[in-house]
Design a protein around this ligand. Structure first.
Ligand SMILES: Nc1nc2c(ncn2[C@@H]2O[C@@H]3COP(=O)(O)O[C@H]4[C@@H](O)[C@H](n5cnc6c(=O)[nH]c(N)nc65)O[C@@H]4COP(=O)(O)O[C@H]3[C@H]2O)c(=O)[nH]1
Length: 698
């Protein structure tokens, strides 16, 4: 056995004649480790202690002969493989044959030529080493987890291992002599094979991925390494190919890729990959001089659906939206979920605006016409679509995205459920909106909001019965920003919850202060946004503020617009009932502009209907509106509700409304919205004229 420290092979020299041993030792000692034994017994003991790589075994020894020792060695698995050279003075053929038959590797005759001894020993050990290596190689070949295939210089199969058979299903008999190209699935690009052969020629080695097909027809990706084996004349003898099936790795890679590039809910592209895809589509359109379109889709009412029915239902709607979009665009178009309820489509190879209009119309019908379902829950939504064209509206990805977004906002503000193409005007509007949004973030902290108060009068005797609080935003450079310019934005970005709280606080504080100043309980109405109405904290917030300012029943009135109330009447009724129990007065604002269902109106726990000023405005001009005013007043009365007419500007309107039994009047004719200090004057005037029909403060 090779000594680990010296790395020299061990030779056991066995001879009963010490001088013979001496010759052997002095010949071999420089190159090998040596042990000696002077009898067969001593030799076996030494072998038991440490297995030698080679035994030089004297045949003729007293007691146990070399032949006997050899027989014993052959009996044991452990010692059977040890190389043995017989050394003997007996040169008869028979003796030599017996030794060789017993498994000896060579035969030396005495007297020994030291040169011959050296060569024989060296050759034998060399051969044994080579055999051991071959055995090892064969074992590695067979037991390798990698499939291995050896082909000859003409690339015909000569050998395969077990792993190859396991992976491909082919046995050696089926494929011996074949060119391995029968393994190819035909899915790898021919250039890969050309490159592979070139590399093998140039460098004798190649590795890479190929697509193969197994005996059962399963197509799989494999990672393959091929080495060229050359002979001493530098001619190719063999190709050794080893490979593994990398389907699982590929699948995992693809899965990770999918996760990184796609939205997990809908499977559509996510915003990062959309931007990549958009850039690529732009460069293709640039090269091919074609047009393309970017569509920005926002699903109307999605936030309400999500808040009302929960996320699972909202998710089901989004998934269905994704499916419907996919069904209406080409495979090559990019479809992305940009976030929330926003989707982007990039239509490539578009020829004209008319093409895009066709797709947009299809999408509008598909996304808006039929209800969405989650179990038995039915949801109705529709798309607001903004469209921009390359290169007409912009040539940069970011520019096109901005344009599509602006066009989408335009679609929203044009009554939703429609599509709009981008125009420069929209861009200005979008920029203004962005600016306003930015300024709005600090408006409250900078004390730029203010409440104005508009008086309301009883129609029959013009007594002051309360005020409506209306927010004002005084911006140092933009001037007075009208609420209709910023409240809808605040609704969308969620800032309305802070603004709404501020209005609630200020209005209640005003009721409290006027109570202290005038000793009258003068009610104030505030406008409640859709967002606030859906809020789960609304009740506790209202309750806390009312307590803080010691407000009693009827001191506070909340107005919600008709369209907000009817959007989700059932949820709204629940909130309103709770508010009513707390002693809050409730009114439906802008009545006539939404589509009220009479059955809901009957069960809405409200006290008042506010007739929209557009009807009042047309009194004396449009008979239809006059008829509607009368019908609305009668309807409200039949439901036991009071009617407030908003926007009363002329005496004619006032007279008409009084004659038709309207209960309360509000409008510039009687008093414009004014800051607190000026509003005080309305109260003083009313007190002076004995026109304050209100309870004393408790
Ligand atoms: N032409 C004309 N207009 C009259 C007349 N009398 C009153 N108005 C205006 O009509 C609007 C009545 O308020 P609204 O219907 O609740 O409509 C409000 C309301 O929906 C919203 N808003 C105002 N303040 C708040 C607030 O604090 N919170 C919320 N959520 N919305 C608010 O903004 C809308 C507009 O408010 P404003 O610009 O203050 O406009 C007010 C008021 O100034 C009149 O005789 N002629």
């Amino acid at each position: 056995m090779k000594n680990l420290t010296t790395n020299k092979e061990l030779i056991l020299l066995v001879d009963d004649v010490p001088t013979n041993l001496h010759v052997l030792v002095s010949t071999l000692k420089d190159h090998y480790r040596l042990k000696t034994a002077t009898s067969g017994d001593a030799a076996l003991k030494s072998i038991a202690q440490e297995k030698p790589d080679l035994i030089l075994l004297d045949v003729m020894m007293p007691g146990m002969s070399g032949i006997d020792v050899m027989r014993i060695l052959q009996q044991s698995q452990e010692t059977r493989g040890i190389a043995v050279i017989f050394v003997s003075a007996d040169t008869t053929e028979l003796t030599q044959l017996t030794g060789l038959e017993l498994g000896a590797d060579d035969y030396l005759t005495k007297p020994i030529s030291t040169t011959v001894l050296k060569v024989r020993v060296s050759n034998l050990l060399e051969r044994k080493r080579a055999e051991a290596q071959l055995r090892l190689a064969a074992q590695v070949f067979e037991s390798s987890g990698e499939a291995i295939m050896i082909t000859d210089k003409n690339n015909c199969v000569i050998e395969i291992n077990q792993a190859f058979t396991k992976l491909t299903g082919y046995s050696i008999d089926e494929i011996k002599g074949k060119d391995p190209k029968f393994l190819s699935a035909g899915k790898t690009h021919p250039e890969v094979y050309i490159g592979m052969w070139q590399e093998l020629k140039d460098n004798g080695f190649w590795q890479g991925e190929l697509w193969d097909v197994d005996k059962n027809g399963r197509v799989y990706p494999k990672y393959l390494s091929i080495s060229v084996v050359k002979n001493a004349y530098n001619d190719i003898d063999f190709y050794i190919a080893s490979f593994t099936d990398i389907s699982e790795r590929k699948e995992a890679e693809e899965h990770i890729n999918r996760l990184a590039k796609h939205d997990s809910l809908t499977g559509l592209l996510n915003r990062f990959s959309l931007m990549d895809g958009l850039e690529q589509t732009i460069s293709i359109a640039k090269r091919q001089k074609t047009k393309m379109a970017v569509m920005f889709i926002d699903m109307d009412r999605f936030k309400i659906i999500n808040d009302t029915f929960g996320h699972e239902t909202g998710d089901a709607l989004l998934k269905e939206v994704a499916n419907r979009i996919r069904r209406n665009v080409r495979e090559s178009d990019l479809v992305c979920r940009w976030g929330g309820d926003e989707f982007i489509i990039v239509l490539n190879g578009v020829e004209s605006v008319a093409d895009v209009t066709t797709v947009a119309t299809k999408l509008q019908v598909s996304l808006g016409q039929n209800a969405y379902y989650h179990g038995t829950t039915e949801m109705n939504s529709s798309p607001s679509i903004g469209i921009t064209m390359y290169p007409d509206d912009g040539i940069e990805a970011s520019e096109l995205m901005r344009n599509a977004d602006a066009a989408m906002y335009h679609a929203k503000s044009s009554g939703r459920n429609n599509f709009q193409f981008y125009s420069g005007e929209m861009n200005r509007a979008a920029l203004e909106r962005l600016h306003l949004e930015k300024e709005m973030r600090s408006a409250q902290d900078l004390g730029q909001y203010q409440l104005y108060f508009q008086p309301k009068y009883s129609a029959k005797d013009l007594t002051l019965i309360g005020f409506e609080a209306l927010i004002r935003w005084r911006h140092p450079t933009l001037g007075m920003v009208p609420p209709l310019s910023f409240i809808p934005i605040a609704e969308e970005n969620g800032m309305i919850s802070q603004i709404g709280l501020w209005v609630l606080e200020e209005a209640c504080k005003q009721v409290y202060e006027w109570k202290k100043t005038f000793n009258y309980a003068i009610p104030i109405a505030i406008n409640l946004s859709a967002y606030q109405l859906r809020s789960t904290t609304l009740l506790s917030e209202v309750n806390a503020v009312m307590q803080r300012y010691e407000l009693s029943v009827n001191d506070l009135e909340l107005e919600i617009t008709e369209s907000v109330a009817m959007r989700d009447p059932n949820a709204c009724i629940g909130q309103l009932n709770a508010l009513r129990i707390m002693g809050v007065q409730l009114a439906i604002d802008d009545f006539g502009t939404g589509y009220s269902s009479l059955s809901y109106l009957k069960v809405m726990p409200v006290h008042t209907l506010k007739l929209d000023k557009s009807f009042v405005n047309d009194i004396g001009q449009d008979q239809n509106d006059e008829v509607i005013c009368i019908a609305a007043i009668n309807l409200a009365h039949s439901l036991g509700l009071k009617v407030v007419a908003e926007g009363v500007e002329t005496v004619e309107q006032q007279t008409f409304l009084v004659e038709n039994d309207c209960d309360i009047l509000q409008g510039y004719l009687l008093g414009k919205p004014a800051p607190s200090e000026e509003a005080k004057q309305f109260i003083l005037d009313a007190i002076k004229a004995n026109k304050l029909n209100l309870p004393l403060a408790k």
